[in-house]
Design a protein around this ligand. Sequence first.
Ligand SMILES: [Zn+2]
Length: 135
Amino acid sequence: MQEFENSPSPDHKQYVRKVTLPSGKTIEVVSFEDPAAPETDIHVCPECTCELVYPVAWQEADHTRWEVSLRCPNCEWYATDIFNDEAIRRFDETLDRGTEALVADLRQLSRANMEEDVERFIAALTAGHVLPEDF
Ligand SMILES: [Zn+2]
């Protein structure tokens, strides 16, 4: 059994990268992964490249970033990371294509302890938009 650690270990560096969006807004991209990694594709599992990674928990980290816990249904990979608006937006576009399956997963989650967040997320998904500022 592999224990998941909520906080990064001391030798696990945190990388911060500033990105300027077309709108002129500057955001910080925080990653605990290799900084050389290309664009963050949240739905792709880093372990097995399965494209069915989905969020199991989801909370606002600050105004422009989201802390998302992810799980891969294929290899049981699990991680929590912080993503910016843009990564979340792309994740949402991907999830949109599989919204029904996701909603089913989220409804299971709603039996856990984050019913309100999940319901709001489902409402946003079914309305066709998940923009963090809309919450
Ligand atoms: Zn996987």
